[in-house]
Ligand binder design. Structure first.
Ligand code: ACM
Length: 636
C-alpha cells in the first residue's frame, strides 16, 4: 500500500448497511439537501476513478482504498473520462461558487461527480464513503441523487485534555481520523495544567523534566476510594507535536494548542518556582486530603482542584511566557493560540506586595483588572506574531483583551456577553451537554466520572446560537466545541467511550443546519450503522440502550414493548424477574407482551450486546398497575 493510502487507513472500514429507506443516506452530519433523482449508479469493476482536481490525488486514493475494502476490488484510476464510461469523478470545476468547505455530489446512472476544493472535496469523499451501501454480487448500487452541502459553523471543535492523563500520539492520530470522518475541523489540545506540562519547550527543559510527571491521580479519590498513588507522566517532543499538526492538516483539521495562564499553572511553577508570587511558599493542600500527606513544596498536583498558586505578573514571567509562546507558535500554524484564563484564584495576588504595588502603578482597581492586564500583555505578544488568542470565558472579567475570542464554558452567559461586545465566540457550555467527560446515563453501571449528565441527545438538542442575541450579534458565534477533561479518563479506550456517539451528535449541530435536525432519524436510522462501523474497527464507544425503551415508569395492566437495536447487528437480552440480564437472559426477537395483575408491578431489564461483545448499561422500565408505593426505609 502506498503512503497516501496508509495515511488514511483509519477511515476505511465501511459504515455497514444503513437503512435504504433513510432519506439522509446514512450520512453524519446531515447534509444541507439531498434530492433523489431517477435510476442508480452501479459501481462494479468497469468503473473508473478520475481525479481532475489539483488537491484530489490523495482523496482519490482514499476513496479507492475504501472501495477495495467495501467491494473487494480497486477501481482503475484515469485522468479523463469518456461519455458513457462509468466513472467516479473528483473535480474542482464549479467549486469556487460553493460556500467555504462546501461540496456537491451528483449521482447519475453513469457518473458520480464529487465537486469541491480542499476541505470541500475531502468532505465530499467522507460523505460518499458513508452513503455507499453494502455490495451485492460484486456490485454496489448507489441511488441517483443530488447532494448540496456546507457547514453551519466554520469552527467545529473538540478539546482533549492530555494534562490530567497523558495520551500517546498513536491514540491522538486514531482520534483525528474519526474527527475528520465527522467533519470536525478543530482539535483543541489542552497541553498544560496543574497536573502536567506535556509539551517540550527547548528553552525551559524543566517544564517537562519536572512538570510532566506526578505521583498520583485523582482516579478513585473523588468520587471513590484508593488508587491514588499511580504515577502519571509523559510529554510530546516538538517533533511529535509537529507530526500531529501535519497529520491533522492532511485531514483538514487545525490543531489549537492551549497553554494555561495565569492559573492552572502548578506544573510550570513546580518546574520554575520564580513564576509564582511566593517562590518559597509551600503549596497549600487541605489536611483532609489523605493522599497529600503534609504541606508540600511546589509540585505537579496529584489531585483535581483549583490551586491558589498562579503566575506572578512580573517582567520575568512575561519574558518566560513569551519565549514559551514563541516556541509554541513555531510548532502550531493555527490562527488561534488558546491561553486558558479560567479559574485563576486571586488569593496570592491579593497577598502579594509586588502585585498590589503593580496594580497601583498601572491604575488597576482590583485583581480582575490585574488578570485582564495579564491577558492583554500576552495578547499583545501573540498578536505581534500574527496570531490571535482564545480564552475561557473568565477572560471577560476585568475587561476583554481587544482581539480575544471567548470560549463560553460556564453556560452561555460568557458567550452572550462577548458577542454583545462584538467579540468572536466559541460555544462549549458544560450545562448543555458539551462536557463529554460527564456521564452518559444515570445507570450505576456507568464508569466513574466527575459527575454531570450529558447523554448524546442533550448535545443534539443544543443550538449554539443563543436566542437573546440580535441578528447582528449572532454572527460572532463562530462555532461549537465539545470538551473532554480527563481527570477520570486514564486510557484511550475510556476516552473513546466518552467520545462516541457524542462526537457524532456534536458534528450534527456543528455542521448540520438547524432546520435539518431530526433526533429520531439520527438515533434510529443513521447512528446504528456508524456505531457498528466503530465496533468493527475496534474503536470503543458507549453502547446506547434499546430504541423504544422508556427509562421512566409506565402505568397500566397490559403492555407491548416494541424495541429496536441501537447498533446494527446487536442483540437485546431481557429479564422480567428482576435479575440482571446477560447473554443467558431472554433474547429479544419480537415485541414483548407483559400483563401486570392489578396492584402489582413488573420490571423489564434489558441489555444491548454488540457483535464485538461490548455492552450497554442495564436499562429498567417499571410497569406499574396500581402497586402501592414502597416507602424508603427510614435511615437508622
Ligand atoms: C474549564 O472547564 N475549567 C474550562
Amino acid at each position: 500500500m502506498n503512503k497516501a493510502l496508509s495515511i488514511f487507513i483509519g477511515v476505511l472500514i465501511s459504515s455497514g448497511a444503513f437503512a435504504q429507506s433513510d432519506p439522509n443516506l446514512g450520512i453524519i452530519p446531515v447534509p444541507v439537501s439531498i434530492t433523489k433523482a431517477n435510476g442508480s449508479f452501479i459501481l462494479d469493476k468497469t468503473t473508473i476513478l478520475v481525479n481532475q482536481s489539483i488537491d484530489g490525488a490523495k482523496m482519490a486514493d482514499l476513496l479507492n482504498a475504501f472501495i477495495v475494502n467495501k467491494a473487494g476490488f480497486a477501481l482503475r484510476e484515469a485522468k479523463i473520462t469518456q461519455q458513457n464510461q462509468k466513472s467516479i469523478v473528483l473535480t474542482s470545476v464549479g467549486a469556487e461558487k460553493l460556500p467555504a468547505e462546501g461540496y456537491t455530489i451528483k449521482v447519475t446512472p453513469t457518473q458520480i461527480i464529487l465537486t469541491g476544493k480542499g476541505a470541500g472535496l475531502f468532505y465530499a469523499v467522507q460523505s460518499a464513503m458513508q452513503m455507499m451501501p453494502a455490495k451485492v454480487a460484486d456490485k454496489i448500487t448507489i441511488p441517483a441523487v443530488n447532494i448540496n452541502d456546507y457547514p453551519r459553523f466554520g469552527y467545529r471543535g473538540t478539546m482533549l485534555d492530555v494534562s490530567r492523563h497523558f495520551f500517546p500520539i498513536s491514540f491522538i492520530k486514531k482520534y483525528l481520523d474519526q474527527l475528520a470522518y465527522y467533519k470536525i475541523n478543530t482539535f483543541h489540545w489542552h497541553l498544560t495544567d496543574d497536573q502536567g506540562w506535556r509539551l517540550e519547550i527547548k528553552k525551559y527543559p524543566k517544564l517537562t523534566s519536572v512538570g510532566s510527571s506526578r505521583n498520583g491521580t485523582i482516579i478513585g479519590n473523588y468520587p471513590g476510594n484508593g488508587n491514588y498513588l499511580t504515577e502519571v507522566k509523559g510529554f510530546y517532543t516538538q517533533d511529535e507535536a509537529k507530526e500531529i499538526v501535519k497529520y491533522a492538516a492532511e485531514r483538514y483539521i487545525t490543531v489549537i494548542p492551549e497553554i494555561e495562564l495565569p492559573g492552572h499553572a502548578s506544573a510550570a511553577i513546580a518546574a520554575y518556582p520564580e513564576l509564582s508570587c511566593f517562590p518559597d511558599r509551600d503549596t497549600f493542600i487541605s489536611d483532609k486530603t489523605p493522599w497529600s500527606g503534609s504541606r508540600k513544596g511546589k509540585q505537579v498536583q496529584q489531585t483535581w482542584g483549583v490551586f491558589d498558586d498562579i503566575f506572578v505578573p512580573s517582567e520575568n514571567t512575561f519574558t518566560m511566557l513569551n519565549n514559551i509562546l514563541d516556541e509554541v507558535i513555531a510548532i502550531f500554524p493555527s490562527k488561534y493560540i488558546h491561553i486558558g484564563g479560567d479559574e485563576a484564584p486571586k488569593t496570592y495576588w491579593k497577598e502579594s506586595p509586588f502585585c498590589q504595588a503593580l496594580m497601583k502603578e498601572k491604575g488597576l482597581k482590583d485583581e480582575h483588572e490585574l488578570q485582564s492586564y495579564f491577558i492583554q500583555t500576552i495578547e499583545k505578544h501573540v498578536n505581534a506574531k500574527g496570531r490571535s488568542i482564545i480564552g475561557w470565558d473568565e477572560i471577560l472579567e476585568g475587561g476583554l483583551a481587544p482581539n480575544a475570542t471567548v470560549m463560553s464554558w460556564r453556560g452561555e452567559d460568557g458567550g452572550i456577553a462577548a458577542a454583545q461586545q462584538n467579540h468572536d465566540v466559541i460555544m462549549t457550555p458544560g450545562s448543555m451537554g458539551l462536557y463529554i467527560d460527564h456521564k452518559q446515563s444515570n445507570s450505576p453501571d456507568e464508569p466513574v466520572t466527575i459527575g454531570g449528565f450529558a447523554p448524546y441527545q442533550k448535545i443534539y438538542g443544543y443550538d449554539p446560537i443563543p436566542k437573546v442575541l440580535t441578528a447582528d450579534q449572532r454572527k460572532y458565534i463562530k462555532g461549537v466545541q465539545a470538551n473532554m477533561w480527563t481527570e477520570y479518563i486514564k486510557t484511550p479506550e475510556k476516552a473513546e467511550n466518552h467520545a462516541f456517539p457524542r462526537i457524532m451528535a456534536l458534528s450534527e449541530i456543528a455542521w448540520g443546519q438547524v432546520e435539518r435536525k431530526d433526533l429520531k432519524n439520527f438515533s434510529e436510522e443513521r447512528l446504528p450503522a456508524h456505531l457498528a462501523r466503530l465496533d468493527k474497527m475496534n474503536i470503543n464507544f458507549w453502547v446506547p440502550t434499546p430504541i423504544g425503551q422508556s427509562d421512566k415508569p409506565l402505568t397500566g395492566g397490559d403492555f407491548t414493548i416494541d424495541l429496536k437495536v441501537p447498533v446494527t447487528g446487536a442483540k437485546i437480552y431481557y429479564s422480567l424477574d428482576g435479575s440482571r440480564p446477560s447473554e443467558n437472559a431472554f433474547l429479544y426477537t419480537e415485541p414483548i407482551k407483559v400483563t401486570v395483575p392489578q396492584g402489582e408491578k413488573r420490571t423489564l431489564k434489558t441489555i444491548v450486546v454488540v457483535p464485538s461483545g461490548r455492552r450497554s448499561v442495564t436499562t429498567e422500565t417499571i410497569m406499574n398497575n396500581g402497586a402501592p408505593e414502597v416507602k424508603a426505609e427510614a435511615k437508622k
